[in-house]
Design a protein around this ligand. Sequence first.
Ligand code: BGC
Length: 822
Amino acid sequence: MSKLTLEQKVSLLAAQDFWRTQEIKEHGIPALKVTDGPNGARGEFFTDGTPAALLPCGISLAATWNTEILHSIGRTLAEETKARQAQALLAPTVCMHRSPLGGRNFESFSEDPLVTGKLSSAYIKGLQEGGVGATIKHYVGNEQETWRMTVDSIIEERPLRELYLKPFEIAIREAKPWAVMSSYNLVNGKHADMNEFTLRKVLRGEWKYDGLVMSDWGGTNSTVESIKYGCDLEMPGPSKVRGKKVMDAIRKGELTIQDIDECAARVLTWIEKCGRFDLPWTESEEKSIDTQATRDLIRQAGHEGLTLLKNENHTLPIGPEVRKIAIIGPNAKQAIAGGGGSASLKPYYLTTPYDSIKEMAGDREIVYAPGAQTDKWLPLASNICTTPSGKPGVILEFYKGDKLEGTPMFIQNRPKTDLYLWDNAPKEVLPEYSFRVKTQIIPETTGKHTFGLSSVGPAKMYINGELLIDNWDWTDAGEAMFDGSVEELALWPMEAGGVYEILIESNNEVRPASKTGPTHGYGGCRIGYVERPDKDFVAEAAAVAASADVAIVVVGLDAEWESEGYDRQTMDLPKDGSQDRLIAAVAKANPRTIVVNQSGTPITMPWVNEVPAIIQAWYQGQEAGNALADVLLGNVNPSGKLPVTFPKRLEDNPAYHNWPGQDQRVLYGEGVFIGYRHYDRLNIAPQFAFGHGISYTTFEYGSPSISGSTLSDSGKLTILVSVKNTGTVAGKEIAQLYIRDVKSRLPRPEKELAAFVKVALEPGETKTVEMTIDKYAVGYYDPSLSAWIAEEGQFVGLVAASAVDIRGSVEFEVAESFTWIA
Ligand code: BGC
């Protein structure tokens, strides 16, 4: 620090490019590289990057309730991050599940801050023990994607402290993440990267956090306040609000040298902690390290996250007596492995339910029907298109300037037609560029086939030289590529085997043209294509189901329906009731119907009473197919439990009246009552409760005991309970401990989770499990005292198998009220 000039210190406060901090060669300060994201380490490129391990998404990991697995996941991610030549991972995501419609809920853990805080702590510890820095995100109040850069989250201090800050507080206390990422939104009127209350008072002040704070990408909203309140690093680079603007602010006396020194020191300390000084100056190439150990861990995490919601008449597991298996559903032959947005990556490989079941089913007969169409957008044209020389994908030509003039500066072959050019247009063509996409399609069938185009800038699509879609002056924003248009569709008559030349012309002008903002952005387009036979998918599926001994229906959402950038519009399975109709018809055709739902959020289940078995399968990464097949065929007993309530109807959820808000403002009107806290208070029966999940075996709880009768300021109490496996197969049970405050000055939830433990039991085996609590289990935040308080009086500890399945209770007291700050 003492050798750096002021300009050099200021230069450290913003990144040099999308993923790297500023280097200062003369002082040997190298550039640290970061990479996304929670369920893998993607590396440099958003699409088609270096192949990487794709792990189960956040909620699937949370459904394991297994801190040891989360720790191992962290360790594995450290190796993955290093293989991508990065030193910090932009993870974990710990925002709360406030509404079932949250677009990024799949990426984060739970509706409960303790589950989120404890599991993310284990993940962070694993990652950092492996020498890679964690970046816990998004701090704070980022529970929705609608208007995510500008929405003001209005949250009263109690829920802010007790629910939304809580996972960060727990992780910072227990795992000390080396970095925190501020969120895009405002919190009570101020952007999160420049929020005096959340950053300076709480994070830096009360929690004494001395690690790095970086902004979310494009989320540094001021020059002076963000630095003053402790957001050290503007991401990404090149800087928009720092650099020269900081120097001007110092000259005007709005920032002091000390403000700069504090931030710059934290940037340097972080680069050092993450081990970047120990690596060679020049960064190596990204590598893939697809190991058997990683494959095994992902598969195990899959088994432990798969949540058996219902299993009547021993429908599952599917035993050897079953000779003919129908595998049905839109997700059966697809690898639905993760949600969309910055958590997505190019996996080492993928597995599908159909392939994995077929492989493990041995000589049994397998029949299949897709049953429904669910794509949000048309399937990518890359499934069928080739370049004129016969390579899969498209030719992408980049021109300098926005008018497609002269000869292309770069010509690339891209395998996919989601040409999201956010971080991967060649630097040399920036800031204003245009591009042509050239490819050809040879249809498999004759008919009028459908093309789809959405674009970030203006775009036109031609077929055999004729204009097919004119999207040049678009004004309706869609949901693809963050800033893209809606998908425009057009039909074209085509002959099977004919060659059709496709051309797209586009540039990176900002649409709809902004008068005051930038004129050029990142550009990109998405090309879809489908040849769709006109047939009755449901009737076909019902006939297939009727012909088999058992019908497995794999339904759900996917990375297009659940993604960063937007929220879901309904809790129903897409599209237009097609999957619900499919399940109802299959259940009628075959009484032994098993529904497997892949989603990161709850769905409505109008068919819940018509099917004997339901598995919630989340998004489970590259081993999704294998883990599911293991469980369906009984090679493994599933042991997940829900980290989130599944309500019966969307209208039952706590955020219903205040979602997604209005005029870019969202009131967290339900206060401290989210998730099961809300369903308990209103006495609304959920479809499936928080903490629910059954097994192929059964567990019996003994009556619990407690190690003492009084909980003091610095004391601990341990609750002991025996759990017995009363069935015939080995299994794992997740015991939960909730605390009820019998009487309090301020209204409190009926009960709140205070501890949990996962225990493995052989058939007939009994173990005594221990759950320990301290002051954090009984305290609530009292804004009138500006402190946490444990109020004098009686408390009940409820030992439970889910939030609605209480198995026993113990009592204790706090003898005299006490308070604390952090
Ligand atoms: C996301 C972050 C992510 C970053 C970099 C942002 O849009 O909100 O979670 O880490 O992009 O990709």
